[in-house]
Design a protein around this ligand. Structure first.
Ligand code: 13P
Ligand code: G3H
Ligand code: ZN
Ligand code: ZN
Length: 322
């Protein structure tokens, strides 16, 4: 089947109490690892491309890689989504260039300005059969090279969501309930430590999510910054020359709960990066004589695939929902 929008997948996910994984893609091995996993477990899929990914790999290369994946995976619905579109022009370029979904992220702007920019993107997108994700609230962490400190982050205000959705006509809404971008989601003083000395982050604000859902019945909610930062990969990185002290993510149990509620799209990027980097670091450490990129990219791709399968089956619950 050709690339699809997220409309149908979100409706089914909302009604079925599961979520679709939105995984960031930056090169061929990442596209292959993710799509092979989704194909094997028969899951609908969102492949997303950030501004940084377009700058790194080039829009055309990424679209063509995703189109190749669509050919290789004819039986699962795949949407191609712009992640954190910073302005109308970037959204337009992706809408014109083959994407089926875009995010306009004007969440750092004042409320009225966010509405104005989002509305403009929605009008253009809907005219072209493309759907739009918007954002209210500010996540902490690293986003497009900009670091938002924990104290500067702010939860979504539920009292704003109805007006925002009604005035913009957006198709889904990303909200801030305590997730954060990157591999260092929380500082040590925000966390407690478990018996193994691993940092345990503060729980997500499910009360905010519930209030938002009550005000927007049936409306798909998106969670950014939802990597779990698997400690096996942090360990693999640190044991093979890396230095990632106190990297900590969102416990999968909490993502499972969000997926069972109104959250229909869960964004995961950092976990893929950790799997890829850990695998390659270990390979280099164990095989200092090797220099064929295929030899280290192959296990990296295989571990991305395993990780995505795990997310789909054990966290998102969207296996066999294609
Ligand atoms: O939200 C994301 C992409 O938009 C990715 O979040 P992570 O950094 O938690 O993987
Ligand atoms: O939200 C951020 C995503 O993980 C994309 O990251 P990036 O801008 O480094 O590609
Ligand atoms: Zn944002
Ligand atoms: Zn994000």
């Amino acid at each position: 089947m050709p690339l699809v929008t997220t409309t149908e997948m979100f409706k089914k996910a909302y009604d079925g109490g599961y979520a679709i994984g939105a995984f960031n893609v930056n090169n061929m091995e990442i596209v292959q690892g993710i799509t092979e996993a989704a194909r094997e477990v028969n899951a609908p899929l969102i492949l997303q491309v950030s501004k940084g990914a377009r700058a790194y790999a080039n829009h055309t290369y990424l679209v063509k890689l995703v189109e190749a994946a669509v050919i290789e995976c004819p039986n699962i619905p795949i949407a191609l989504h712009l992640d954190h579109g910073p302005d109308f022009e970037t959204c337009k370029s992706c809408i014109d260039g083959g994407f089926t979904s875009v995010m306009i992220d004007a969440s750092s702007k004042p409320f009225e300005e966010n509405i104005e920019i989002t509305k403009k993107v929605v009008e253009y997108a809907h005219d072209h059969g493309v759907v739009v994700e918007a954002e209210l609230g500010t996540l902490a962490g690293i986003e497009d090279d900009v670091k938002v400190a924990a104290h500067a982050a702010s939860y979504t205000r539920p009292e704003e969501v109805e007006e925002f959705v009604a005035k913009t006509g957006c198709d889904s809404l990303a909200i801030a309930i305590g997730t954060s971008h990157g591999a260092y989601k929380f500082t040590a003083d925000q966390c407690t430590r478990n018996e193994k000395g691993i940092l345990v982050p503060p729980p997500l604000r499910f009360d905010v999510l519930e209030e938002v859902s009550k005000r927007l019945p049936g409306f798909p909610i998106v969670l950014h910054g939802s990597s779990s930062v698997p400690q096996n990969y942090v360990k693999m990185i640190n044991e093979n020359g890396g230095k990632m002290p106190d990297a900590v993510g969102i416990p999968e149990e909490q993502l499972r709960k969000a997926a069972s509620m109104s959250v229909c799209k869960i964004n995961i990027d950092s976990d893929l990066r950790l799997a890829m980097t850990g695998t390659i670091r270990q390979f280099f450490n164990e095989h200092p004589d090797k220099f064929d990129p295929r030899e280290y990219l192959k296990p990296a791709r295989a571990n991305i695939k395993e990780l995505v399968k795990h997310k789909i089956i054990d966290v998102l619950g969207c296996d066999n929902k294609a």
